[in-house]
Every structure is written in structure tokens, then in C-alpha cells.
Design a binder for this molecule. Structure first.
Ligand SMILES: NC(=O)c1ccc[n+]([C@@H]2O[C@H](COP(=O)([O-])OP(=O)(O)OC[C@H]3O[C@@H](n4cnc5c(N)ncnc54)[C@H](O)[C@@H]3O)[C@@H](O)[C@H]2O)c1
Length: 328
């Protein structure tokens, strides 16, 4: 298959590209704006064509989509904290960018997969969300992602476009930008920096290894029914403080590094996805959280070439603004 992968230079997109080239022999075109989170280094070991551009640019999108059998859209602003500080880019990329991609897919009659998130359902105290649960997003990030999902659905209902939506739970694994919980804690623990935990650390997330999500998205692309939504959740739940303690243990760092900091405004307490529908298609998560976390710690420990330029660059200023203290 020839796939156009938008946002393929980011964390999940680059893992998806790697899985599809390595395990399925697909031909890949990556279209990416290369924001702070998108890096050519993420794809340096994978054969692909690269187009530098944004999904809001109709001309660039039309040219990149030419000859593709399907488009998979990962392109997004993805950090909830940044969506609270500066929501503009979230609205532009998720609303306008998704619209431009859908129009191009409609013009070229190309199957369209939107990569979405469990955050569109909001928080759930007990049980799990199914695909028919109401959307109830809390942050500018999740609200704009939910808006994009609704627009995607409308292109199926109104124009008959072959659309699919994959809603993933919290991903972790190699190549994740260190503003996110797991790489942040791993790199801080490796450097002996403080480990800032929001609120009481009891927020619960449903952790999914990134290659499992990548395989799930590919599975939905190939076997999903057009117009449908598929939840792709991880096999294990964990509180944030349990995650941090497991990282401390894996790194061999000191528990005293933990520092409870003021909670994120509107912080969702618990996310949980029921994934029966995608399981019925034949997908299953292969990595349990305990093993995946260990291998992720090893990857960061062994790949300083990847994170050193980030940790010594603009990320330092972001971190200081966010947590009110400098990295060591
Ligand atoms: N990280 C998670 O835990 C998670 C879980 C479920 C779903 N998702 C979804 O998966 C997708 C990928 O997430 P990620 O964690 O890999 O994000 P990321 O921030 O690592 O990567 C996003 C990529 O999109 C690119 N991009 C941003 N705006 C663009 C634009 N306007 N045009 C073209 N490219 C643009 C960036 O340069 C970057 O390469 C997102 O849609 C996100 O909502 C993420």
C-alpha cells in the first residue's frame, strides 16, 4: 500500500511509519510541519519520502496525497498544558487542518483514517467508555480533537467518504517528546532532577505501548468498516504516582526526587477505554505495561543522541516556565 502519513515525524506517527515499512512493506510519504515535536531524526532509520509542510496547506496536501491508497492523520498539537497556555495552534491544526485533509481525500477518493484520543470522552470514575459514549472533552486539546472527529464523521455521512477514527489511550515508548509524563520522569530521574507530579498523583491512565497502537491503527485501516469509530486502549491502568515509582525503581533513582506540584487546571481524573470492537476485528495489545515501561526506560538510557539536543535546547525554557525551576 502507498500511504500518506500526516504528522509522521512525531512520536506515534514515526512509530507507525516504522511498523508499516518493517512489517508490511508499505510505501510511505510523510507530510509534517516539523513543529517542536516533529523531528526528522525520528525517521532516520526508515525508508520514506518526506514533504515538509502543514496540513492546512491545500496545495501541498493535494500534491502529497496524489497516488496514495489511504491517508492517516496524526498531525496535531498534543500537549494539554500547551493547549491551556496557547490554544491557537490547536484550533488551526485540528479544525482547519482536518478540514483541508478531508477535502483533498474527497477530491481524490482516498480512504481516510483520523488518529484520535480517549480524551474526547472526558473523565470516567468507574467502568470504561465505548465508542457510543457521549463526547465530553475538558481541555482545548481534547475539545478541538473532538471537533475534528465530528467533522470526519460528517464526511462519511454527507459525502460517502471512507473514513475511520481510531481513539487511542495514553501512549508511551521510544521517540516521545520529554514534555509528556513518562519520558519527562525517565530523563529527570536519569539526571537526578526533581520529578514534578501534578496534584496528589492519583490520576489514572490506561497505558498503551506505542507499537501496539501503531499496529491497531494499521489494523483498523485494513479491516475497519467505513464510517466507524474504534477505541484502541491499553491492557493496564496505573495512577501517575505508580508510574513515577516504577520509573524510579527501573532507573535506580531516589524516591526523594518526587515533588508534588500544583495540579493542572481541569485535570481529568481517569481515562478508560473499552476496546472490544477493535478486538473483534482481530487486534490485541501485545505489551503489558510493566514490560513496556522497562524497555522504554532502557531505550531512553541508550539513546542520548536522540534526547540530548532536546534537553539542551528550547525545551529548557519551556520546562522552566511550566515548573518554575530549571533543569539540572
Ligand atoms: N500521545 C498520546 O498518548 C496519544 C494518545 C492517543 C492519541 N494521540 C493522537 O495521536 C496523534 C499523534 O500524537 P503524538 O503523541 O505522536 O504527537 P506529537 O506531538 O509527538 O507529534 C505530532 C506531529 O504532528 C506534526 N504537526 C503538528 N501540527 C501540524 C500541522 N499543522 N501540519 C503538519 N504536521 C503537523 C508535528 O510536527 C509532529 O510531528 C495526535 O493526533 C494525538 O491526538 C496521542
Amino acid at each position: 500500500m502507498r500511504l500518506l502519513v500526516c504528522g509522521g515525524a512525531g512520536f506515534i506517527g514515526s512509530n507507525f511509519v516504522r511498523v508499516r515499512v518493517r512489517d508490511f512493506g508499505d510505501e510511505l510519504v510523510v507530510l509534517d510541519k516539523l513543529t517542536y515535536a516533529g523531528r526528522r531524526e525520528n525517521l532516520q532509520d526508515v525508508a520514506h519520502e518526506f514533504v515538509h509542510g502543514s496540513i492546512e496547506d491545500a496545495q501541498v496536501v493535494a500534491a502529497a496525497m496524489d497516488g496514495a491508497d489511504a491517508v492517516v492523520n496524526f498531525a496535531a498539537e498534543t500537549h494539554v498544558d500547551r493547549s491551556i497556555a496557547e490554544p491557537d495552534a490547536f484550533v488551526t491544526t485540528h479544525a482547519l487542518g482536518t478540514y483541508v485533509l478531508l477535502e483533498a481525500a474527497r477530491a481524490q477518493q482516498v480512504r481516510y483514517v483520523q488518529v484520535s484520543t480517549d480524551e474526547v470522552y472526558g473523565s470516567i470514575a468507574q467502568g470504561s467508555f465505548t465508542e457510543s459514549s457521549p463526547l465530553d472533552p475538558s481541555s482545548p486539546y481534547s475539545a478541538t480533537k473532538a471537533g475534528a472527529d465530528l467533522l470526519v464523521g460528517s464526511y462519511h455521512h454527507t459525502f460517502g467518504l471512507q473514513t475511520l477514527i481510531c481513539r487511542g489511550s495514553n501512549n508511551y515508548g521510544p521517540y516521545q517528546y520529554p514534555e509528556k509524563l513518562i519520558p519527562l520522569m525517565i530523563l529527570n530521574a536519569l539526571h537526578g532532577d526533581r520529578l514534578p507530579v501534578y496534584g496528589d498523583g492519583m490520576n489514572v491512565r490506561n497505558w498503551l505501548f506505542v507499537e501496539d497502537f501503531a499496529r491497531g491503527i494499521g489494523h483498523v485501516l485494513e479491516h475497519g468498516a467505513p464510517g466507524e469509530v474504534y477505541n484502541v486502549g491499553g491492557p493496564d491502568e496505573s495512577t501517575n504516582i505508580e508510574v513515577v515509582r516504577a520509573i524510579i525503581d527501573a532507573v535506580g533513582a531516589d524516591e526523594d526526587l518526587i515533588e508534588f506540584v500544583t495540579d493542572r487546571p481541569g485535570h481529568d481524573r481517569r481515562y478508560s477505554l473499552g476496546s472490544e470492537k477493535v478486538r473483534a476485528l482481530g487486534w490485541e495489545a501485545q505489551m503489558r505495561f510493566h514490560d513496556g515501561l522497562r524497555s522504554t526506560v532502557d531505550w531512553y538510557r541508550d539513546n542520548a543522541w536522540w534526547w540530548e539536543p532536546i534537553r539542551s535546547g528550547d525545551y529548557r525554557a519551556y520546562y522552566e516556565r511550566q515548573y518554575g525551576r530549571a533543569l539540572g
